[in-house]
Design a protein around this ligand. Structure first.
Ligand code: CA
Length: 221
């Protein structure tokens, strides 16, 4: 899952980026409000971690513009310990959650997972489609009760397919969700990952719709 991190403090931002990556997120990091706004207008993220005190455009204004543009991406704001008014203003402007800085990386990742889960209308932490079960916290996958070993990107791709079971994802959508700015992408990366998922799980787990995209059937048996 791809997250946008907006934090102008270099040390803190770098720590958060590394922490998110270790928790399995593809994390893209920007250090001012205008860059955040631009990224949110042009790219797809599963969640946003937003500092409020930012150069060029304040975090609260980034959030207000985001919601004014009807973008419903889950947003977690980072606030200072004593800034209760900031938290209230942020939540009222459309933030979904907040954490006080300095925050625990494990808690940040858990809260993001919860926000993303709720945003996709899913109550249980375990994602299940037929005989396929994926645990986003333990980073494990089982098919018919048997564990399946997947690479980081294969796991991320399967997670996206399972969250959208029965819906077609185009190659472009998959790339948007899986890869950050720093990632190098081979032109056939998606095909290769899909091939691996079929080989490691079952050939019928991903259906190709030629010229349109791929889907994981809802009625997987
Ligand atoms: Ca700041």
């Amino acid at each position: 899952m791809r997250a946008l991190l907006v934090e102008d403090d270099s040390l803190l931002g770098d720590g958060l980026r590394v922490g998110l990556k270790q928790a399995g997120f593809t994390a893209d990091w920007v250090q001012d409000g205008l860059s955040a706004q631009h990224a949110l207008e042009t790219e797809t993220f599963a969640a946003v971690v937003l500092d409020l005190g930012l150069p060029k455009l304040a975090g609260l204004d980034v959030l207000k513009r985001l919601r004014a543009a009807k973008n419903a991406v889950p947003v977690l704001i980072l606030t200072a310990r004593d800034a209760i008014d900031d938290r209230i203003a942020g939540l009222d402007a459309g933030a979904d959650d907040y954490l006080v800085k300095p925050c625990d990386l494990g808690e940040l990742a858990a809260r993001l997972r919860a926000l993303i889960r709720r945003a996709s209308g899913q109550a249980a932490p375990l994602v299940e489609v037929g005989p396929l079960a994926l645990d986003p916290v333990a980073h494990t996958v089982a098919y018919r009760g048997e564990p399946v070993e997947l690479s980081g990107k294969e796991f991320a791709l399967l997670h996206e397919f399972m969250r959208e079971a029965g819906r077609v994802l185009s190659k472009e959508q998959i790339i948007q969700r899986l890869y950050g700015w720093q990632d190098e992408i081979e032109s056939n990366a998606v095909e290769v990952h899909v091939h691996h998922l079929r080989r490691k799980i079952a050939p019928e787990v991903i259906v190709t719709l030629r010229g349109v995209g791929y889907l994981l059937p809802k009625e997987l048996i």
